[in-house]
Design a protein around this ligand. Structure first.
Ligand code: DOR
Ligand code: ZN
Length: 452
């Protein structure tokens, strides 16, 4: 089946002319051609014509950091609800973290997750989890885009707390290593010392993240291996990353929307609903992140979508789990900044599609280009709408941004040429659980081989 998207303004971060008005012909899930309709319509009698007049067409967002929880904790999220939240937010590919109830540390466990993910309505890739035992071999698991190393404890049991183990892991890695950088020893120190304060950001001081980021980055540089640092949150880390990136291309990093848009006051007011690792920080840290975005120091924005139920979040401070959902709200929050003149649409494309695809070498993703997968999001910069708990597709049913009004919203999400979201809604057929909804399933992403 062929589809034509007519009259949209196409945005890529590298379009030399800026944003161009073109039509897009989609055939068999791929972008078949781009041009003016007079030139391309003879190539197909499109059965589906989408009018994008007055709207922008962006490559679908690639969120390199989600926790969709299945298998193991389906009461928090599963591949259908998580992927619906992604589609609702213009995200067409997600890379899923390995800290499931049974962490994804072997091929067998990974294959179980691959089966579960078949009901996803967006494309997906997986990370394997690093342990002291599998550090030498884990990157050879089949069908992963990277290996995740928790250098400090967070949600779940995965931990690679010793620098020796980390060095062994990264030395043997044949895919990028992604780190959760919070130094385990310092987490223990600050955690004990300040337990009585019940202040998450005090118990997980900036120093925990900073020391760990510096150590991981220097080791990666010394061994000349690819390292991607997740959720950088402090001004000190930004200062160091600016330094190391001035001479090294081995290190990339992401920041999250919650660290960009919220600070520790949110945690103080909303308690566990603002509790995540690494924690919300000070206004100065937040400003350092914005500055780093504007200077193009940041490689990508990724959500760390980490849903927990309201019931779990209502538990007392120490036992309430860490993490907030985010995959559905990232794009409207960023589009609102475009309308304020803080960001450009091209910044969003670079940070949320092109760079993620480049960093993880995802095949045919992240660009609007002939031959690439037809993963697209159409946005309307004039739609004004409130983010509301009731509209979240995530099973957790809440968002830290409830009540925020954004101008600029995704109005259609297309995955492999199929419409999976229209006017903020997921077509009814996706909502009913179907093991394999014909023609509208996400697919496992392929990554080009890493040469290291
Ligand atoms: O806040 C967090 N939640 N940080 C993590 O590192 C893990 C995540 C989760 O899985 O809930
Ligand atoms: Zn995470």
């Amino acid at each position: 089946m062929a589809t034509i998207i007519r009259n949209g303004s196409i945005v890529t971060s590298v379009t030399p002319q800026g944003i161009v008005k073109q039509d897009i012909l989609i055939k068999e899930g791929k972008i078949a051609s781009i041009g003016r309709i007079e030139n391309i319509e003879h190539q197909a009698t499109a059965e589906n014509v989408i009018d994008a007049s007055g709207k922008y067409v962006l490559p679908g967002l690639i969120d390199v950091h989600v926790h969709f929880r299945e298998p193991g904790q389906e009461h928090k999220e599963d591949w259908l609800t998580g992927s619906m939240a992604a589609a609702g937010g213009g995200v067409t590919t997600v890379l899923d973290m390995p800290n499931n109830k049974d962490p994804i540390i072997t091929q067998e466990l990974l294959d179980r997750k691959k089966e579960a993910a078949k009901k996803s309505i967006v494309n997906y890739g997986f990370y394997a989890g690093a342990t002291p035992e599998n550090a030498k071999t884990v990157s050879s698991l089949q069908g992963i885009v990277g290996v995740k190393a928790y250098l400090g404890s967070s949600t779940g049991s995965l931990l690679l707390g010793s620098l020796k183990d980390f060095a062994v892991l990264i030395e043997h890695a044949t895919v990028p290593v992604v780190t959760h950088c919070e130094n385990e020893q310092l987490l223990l120190y600050f955690g004990e010392k300040y337990a009585a304060t019940e202040m998450h950001h005090v118990m997980r001081d900036n120093l925990c993240a900073t020391v760990s980021t510096i150590q991981a980055a220097l080791i990666a540089e010394r061994l000349q291996k690819r390292l991607h640092i997740a959720h950088v949150s402090t001004k000190e880390e930004i200062g160091f990353l600016q330094h190391i990136k001035s001479f090294s291309s081995n290190v990339t990093f992401e920041i999250t929307p919650h660290h960009l848009f919220l600070d520790k006051e949110y945690f103080i007011k909303n308690k566990n609903y603002g509790k995540m690792n690494p924690p919300l920080r000070s206004r100065e840290d937040q400003q350092a992140l914005w500055k780093a975005v504007k200077k193009s120091l940041v490689d990508c924005i990724a959500t760390d979508h980490a849903p927990h139920t309201k019931e779990e979040k209502e538990k007392s401070f120490p036992s309430s789990p860490c993490g907030v959902p985010g995959v559905q709200t990232m794009l409207p929050l960023l589009l609102n900044e475009v309308n304020k003149g803080i960001l450009s649409l091209q910044d969003i494309v670079r940070l949320c599609a092109e760079n993620p695809a480049r960093i993880f070498r995802l095949k045919n993703k992240g660009k609007i280009q002939e031959g690439y997968d037809a993963d697209l999001v159409i946005i309307d910069m004039n739609v004004i709408k409130e983010i509301r708990d009731e509209d979240q597709y995530s099973k957790c049913g809440w968002t830290p941004f409830h009540g925020w009004t954004c101008k600029g919203w995704p109005v259609m999400t297309i995955v492999n040429g199929d419409i999976v979201m229209e006017n903020g809604k997921i077509p009814a057929e996706h909502k009913e659980y179907k093991e394999r909804y014909k023609g509208c399933n996400g697919r496992l992403v392929e990554a080009n081989q890493w040469n290291q």
